[in-house]
Design a protein around this ligand. Structure first.
Ligand code: C5P
Length: 301
């Protein structure tokens, strides 16, 4: 029995893609991907409350998040996720969703997908559905390609359109994985994902050892090895079409990052740092005219 007034709070982490290989265009118009996705310690905070009414949403924003970029409530992925769960599991109750957004909107950090993943996981508990993770990931895949990886949580290998996801580490290995200090910067421009994929041209291929090298560098927390294995097949097209994004990458490099890469389809760019102190130094070098944040990749959910 779902009780109105029950509340749950959830931290929904953003993600970065340490590798993103675009393997080709599929007959359904999507692209075949292979990507290592890691959540980071920049989160949106979600508060979910069971109500007797429909699904409703309110949003507040943290520093630098542009509220004007949020689309209509009906198209919001968090709202659509709640409505899909209501319908799929025939729930009479509604939900009030409050999101405090810290993840830049349209930034290639999976902000909207993170919120949807948080809603799916949260309502599974709040509405006492007890559905298994695989089923929740498949539900998320109906709404967006990044959602299954974020429902799964932790460091994952994502394949297909995004719907095939497996954790890189088992429960024993997970705590040993330290993650990387990373500075993420966002120039404030929008790179619409469909446009970025439309402009993708086969050409930039990754070496056969890329995946292996990145996974072992994450396993051993070897940031130099991770730097050598950074790869994003969408990056050349985005840098060409959006000079502000290319400029952001240059600034991160000049500020001292070990390696710099476009996150997802942009517009955010991240740079790896040697340590927390090094990350803080990079942030000081960047100055205040470019939105940026120092985070840690955090495979432990
Ligand atoms: O699945 P999602 O709605 O997040 O995808 C947004 C757009 O990104 C798709 O409409 C498609 O143009 C592109 N895309 C793609 N191949 C993928 C994922 C996304 O072409 N694997």
């Amino acid at each position: 029995m779902v009780r109105a007034g029950s509340v749950i709070t959830i931290e929904a982490p953003a993600k970065i893609n340490l590798t993103l290989e675009v393997l080709g265009k599929r007959p359904d118009g999507y692209h075949e991907l292979r990507s290592i996705v890691m959540p980071v310690s920049l989160t949106d905070s979600l508060t979910l409350t069971t109500t007797y009414a429909q699904v409703a949403m309110t949003i507040t924003v943290g520093p630098g998040v542009d509220l004007s970029k949020i689309g209509s409530v009906d198209r919001n992925l968090a709202v659509r996720a709640a409505r899909l769960m209501q319908e799929r599991y025939k729930i009479n109750a509604g939900a009030r969703i409050h999101i405090h957004k810290r993840i830049p909107i349209g930034g290639g950090m999976g902000g909207g997908s993170a919120d949807a993943a948080g809603v799916i996981r949260g309502l599974n508990r709040l509405w006492e559905l007890n559905r298994p993770n695989d089923e929740l990931m498949a539900l998320g895949a109906e709404l967006g390609s990044d959602i299954p990886a974020l429902v799964h949580g932790g460091a994952v290998l994502m394949e297909g359109r995004g719907e095939r996801v497996r954790g890189l580490f088992d429960a024993e290995e997970q705590p040993r994985c330290q993650g990387f200090w990373t500075v993420i910067a966002n120039p404030g421009v929008m790179c619409p994902t469909p446009d970025v994929f439309r402009k993708w041209r086969a050409g930039l291929t990754a070496g056969p050892l890329l995946l292996h090298n990145m996974i072992s560098s994450i396993r051993t927390s070897d940031v130099s090895a991770a730097t050598d294995a950074l790869h994003n097949g969408l990056q050349p097209g985005v840098f060409e079409s959006y000079p502000d994004v290319a400029q952001t990458a240059t600034r991160l490099k000049e500020a001292g990052c070990l390696g710099v890469l476009l996150s997802g389809s942009g517009a955010s760019v991240f740079g790896l740092a040697q340590s927390e102190v090094h990350g803080q130094e990079i942030c000081r070098n960047l100055g205040s005219d470019l939105w940026h944040v120092l985070v840690r990749t955090c495979p432990v959910v």
